[in-house]
Design a protein around this ligand. Structure first.
Ligand SMILES: Nc1ncnc2c1ncn2[C@@H]1O[C@H](COP(=O)(O)OP(=O)(O)OP(=O)(O)O)[C@@H](O)[C@H]1O
Length: 323
C-alpha cells in the first residue's frame, strides 16, 4: 500500500517507488524497481509484454502487495487499470457520481467535477448511456474519467489508449499534459511509442521486471537510439564491401551510422555495379522504437525467467539517469 509523504515543495517526488520486487509463485514480475514521479511530470512506462508494468502500477495503487520495497505517494492515488472496472448496469453519469461520492464530492461540486472530466474525454454526450452499452474505447475513456474524478495528486494510467480511436487518443494525451501542467504527478504506461515520443518527458523502460533504461526521450535517443540507412535492391542484397558495419536482410543492406545523410551519399558512391539494382534509399533517424529494441530482450517463450534466477541482484541495471 502506498504510504503518504509530503510530496512536492520539499524537493521530494510526489511518488517514489524504491527497490520494489514481486514474484507470483515462481514468476518474477519485478526486480528491485526504483521510480520517481515528481509533481507536474508525466513519467512514461514502457516495456515488453509481461515486463511488469501493470504489476508495478497495481502495487503503487495499493492493490497488490510487493514482496519487498516501498512506495510512497504525496496523496491519494487515482488508478485506471487495464482491466475495465466500470459498473455495467449504471449509466456513465451514475458511475461517475458513484466514484465522486466515494471521494466526498456531492451535489453541485460532483456535477462540476464530472463535467470537467467528461468533456475532454468525449463522454458528455454519453452521460445517460448504460455503461454496458459503451464500445471498448468509450469504456476505456470512462475508466480514465473515474480515476480522475476525485482530483488525485497522483494518477496512474495503465495503457489508457488501448482501443481508442485517433481523436480520443490525441485528446487523452492533451488531457494528461493538462494534468501535469496543473501539478499532478502522472505515470503512464503504454505500448504506443508515438504517444510516448509526443509526451517527450521522463521515460522508464522495463524489461523482465527490471529497469533497463531511463531518461527523457531525448536522452534515450542519444544514449540508446540507432540511426541508419537502408539500401534496398531489386534482387538479393549485394555482397559489397562498404567501409561501415552493415547487416544484410534479403534485399536490404542496413548501415548503422550516426550521420545517415552523409553515409547515404557515400554508400551510393561505393556501390559500383550494384547501383544499377538499387531500388530505394531510406534514411531512418534514431527513434524510440530503435531504443526499445536495443534495450529490451526479444521474447523467448521457451526460456521463461523464474525466481530461481537471482532476484534483486547487485549488478547495475544500465540506468542512465534518474527520471
Ligand atoms: N496474478 C498473477 N498471477 C501470476 N502471474 C502473474 C499475475 N499477474 C502478472 N503475472 C505475471 O507477471 C509478469 C508481469 O506481468 P504484468 O502484467 O505486470 O506485465 P505488463 O508489463 O503489464 O505486461 P503487458 O504489457 O502484457 O500488459 C508476467 O510474467 C505475468 O505473466
Amino acid at each position: 500500500m502506498s504510504e503518504p509523504v509530503r510530496g512536492d515543495g520539499d524537493g521530494s517526488p510526489m511518488l517514489r517507488v524504491s527497490q520494489v520486487s514481486k514474484a507470483y509463485r515462481d514468476v518474477v514480475a519485478l526486480r528491485g524497481v526504483d521510480l520517481d514521479v515528481p509533481a507536474g511530470e508525466v513519467v512514461a512506462l514502457l516495456g515488453t509484454n509481461g515486463a511488469g508494468k501493470s504489476t508495478l502500477l497495481s502495487i503503487v495503487a495499493g492493490l497488490t502487495r510487493p514482496d519487498s520495497g516501498t512506495c510512497t505517494a504525496g496523496g491519494p492515488v487515482g488508478f485506471a487499470p487495464q482491466d475495465l472496472g466500470v459498473y455495467p448496469t449504471l449509466t456513465v453519469a451514475e458511475n461517475l457520481r458513484f466514484f465522486a461520492r466515494l471521494a466526498g464530492l456531492w451535489g453541485a461540486r460532483a456535477k462540476h467535477r464530472i463535467d470537467q472530466v467528461a468533456g475532454p474525454l468525449g463522454l458528455a454526450p454519453l452521460l445517460d448511456r448504460s455503461a454496458r452499452a459503451l464500445s471498448g474505447g468509450e469504456q476505456r475513456r470512462l475508466h480514465v474519467a473515474i480515476a480522475l474524478v476525485p482530483e488525485p495528486p497522483v494518477v496512474l494510467l495503465d495503457e489508457p489508449t488501448v482501443g481508442m480511436d485517433v481523436v480520443s487518443r490525441i485528446a487523452l494525451v492533451e488531457l494528461v499534459r493538462g494534468l501535469a501542467d496543473a501539478g499532478v504527478a502522472v505515470c503512464y504506461s503504454s505500448h504506443y511509442l508515438a504517444e510516448v515520443e509526443e509526451l517527450g518527458g521522463p521515460t522508464v523502460i522495463l524489461d523482465r521486471g527490471r529497469v533497463v533504461a531511463r531518461g527523457t526521450v531525448r536522452e534515450l535517443l542519444r544514449d540508446h537510439g540507432e540511426s541508419r540507412v537502408d539500401l534496398t535492391f531489386t534482387g538479393p542484397a549485394p555482397d559489397i564491401a562498404l567501409p561501415w558495419p552493415v547487416r544484410r536482410e534479403e534485399r536490404t543492406v542496413r548501415i548503422v551510422t550516426d550521420s545517415p545523410q552523409i553515409t547515404a551519399v557515400r554508400a551510393i558512391n561505393e556501390l559500383g555495379e550494384a547501383a544499377q539494382r538499387l531500388q530505394s534509399v531510406e534514411i531512418r533517424p534514431a527513434s524510440l522504437e530503435s531504443v526499445f529494441l536495443n534495450v529490451t530482450t526479444p521474447e523467448t517463450p521457451e526460456t521463461p525467467e523464474t525466481s530461481e534466477t537471482p532476484e534483486t541482484s547487485n549488478e547495475p541495471d544500465g540506468v542512465a539517469s534518474d527520471a
